[in-house]
Design a binder for this molecule. Structure first.
Ligand code: SAM
Ligand code: SF4
Ligand code: SF4
Length: 322
């Protein structure tokens, strides 16, 4: 079974067919919520560096958002981005509320706070949790995540969530970064009982030609091949944003894409003035989406493989010749 990949879209046949026939959707399937734009690490390559600030998503705003998402048919939420989600003082309450309302919740965290939080309550409300470790020891951790980090503390936190056994846990490692040793990283993860690791390339970074050789007999190694193999864009429109990529930032602002968050030309509204369903169905969003120049978007972006599939489907010829 694959946890990655654009083909997941076909598990949502109603939404997919609606898009196929109408060219738009009534709601995204998944959205991303930044609980905070604060971070206690300082990864030199951080995609969200420009969003860094001192804001936490307002709790009441988050509750209303969750309610609205459910009523419009959104199915999943990724709590990630902006900064370190677990720094939000009510992160676990917000995740619990989303889960209680029926949203499938995933969390991406640097893992530094897992040792100190209520892991049972957290994991009980998550379908999956991914820790971005990107290192195999203290030295490589510092080289990538900054000076103020404690490798052993994060390892203890990871062990705690693995032992708790209440959600799928994976640990990720980017490639194309400093002091990288993926083989030692995998060994370390085997030792502490992690059963899944994810390897993926730095956005806009140098591609790692070795990616095919990363493997383990003891644990599952998911190599994000789609990202390593992604080629020149074949599509000229972002169809994927109909289904995923919409990002709510910690200050309540909403962007059509997490990878364009903070950019004026991707801004579609703020939850302080409008509800999410209003923002989603607004004229402003239509104009912003229409004006996205995908040739200027980051390579290997969050919708790249989905856009490739959806573009191909829309442009197939001789469709009755299977
Ligand atoms: C921006 S972080 C926010 C969540 C949390 N602070 C963390 O690091 O897991 C979300 C994910 O983006 C990844 N990321 C950050 N910078 C990146 C880059 N330049 N290329 C690819 N992934 C990146 C991180 O490794 C992490 O898995
Ligand atoms: S821990 Fe996450 S948000 Fe913080 S600097 Fe690193 S990648 Fe960015
Ligand atoms: S970065 Fe990718 S997902 Fe985001 S708007 Fe551009 S094409 Fe779409």
């Amino acid at each position: 079974m694959s946890y990655l990949g654009a083909s997941k879209i076909f598990n949502h046949p109603r939404e997919y067919l609606f898009w196929f026939e109408n060219g738009y959707t009534k709601a995204p399937i998944t959205i991303k919520i930044d609980l905070t734009n604060r971070c206690n690490h300082s990864c030199y390559y951080c995609i969200d560096k420009s969003l860094r600030g001192s804001q936490d998503l307002d709790f009441n705003c988050a509750s209303k958002l969750i309610k609205d998402l459910c009523s419009m048919g959104v199915k999943g939420v990724h709590f990630t981005g902006g900064g370190e989600p677990l720094l939000h003082p009510r992160a676990i309450d917000i995740i619990a509320e989303a889960n209680k309302k029926g949203l499938e919740c995933g969390l991406i965290t640097n893992g530094s706070l897992l040792e100190t939080v209520d892991v049972k309550k957290l994991c009980h409300n998550l379908s999956w949790l991914r820790v971005s470790l990107d290192s195999h020891n203290q030295e490589s951790y510092e080289a990538n995540h900054g000076k103020n980090v404690d490798f052993n503390k994060t390892i203890r936190g990871i062990t705690k969530v693995v032992d708790c056994g209440l959600c799928d846990v994976s640990v990720s490692h980017l490639t194309g970064i400093k002091k990288q040793n993926i083989d030692l990283f995998i060994k370390k993860m085997e030792q502490i009982g992690v059963n899944t690791v994810q390897i993926s390339p730095l956005i806009n970074g140098k591609k790692d030609e070795q990616f095919e050789k990363y493997d383990s007999k003891k644990i599952k190694v998911i190599v994000n091949k789609e990202k390593y193999l992604s080629k020149k864009r074949t599509y000229d429109f972002c169809h994927g944003q109909n289904f995923k990529s919409t990002n709510v930032c910690a200050d309540g602002s909403v962007y059509v894409c997490c990878q364009l968050a903070g950019k004026d030309n991707a801004f579609i509204g703020n939850l302080k003035n409008k509800s999410f369903p209003e923002i989603w169905s607004s004229f402003k969003r239509k104009v912003v989406v229409k004006n996205i120049n995908v040739s200027k978007c980051p390579k290997m972006c969050v919708c790249d493989s989905l856009n490739t599939i959806l573009h191909d489907i829309k442009n197939l010829r001789h469709i009755n010749s299977l």
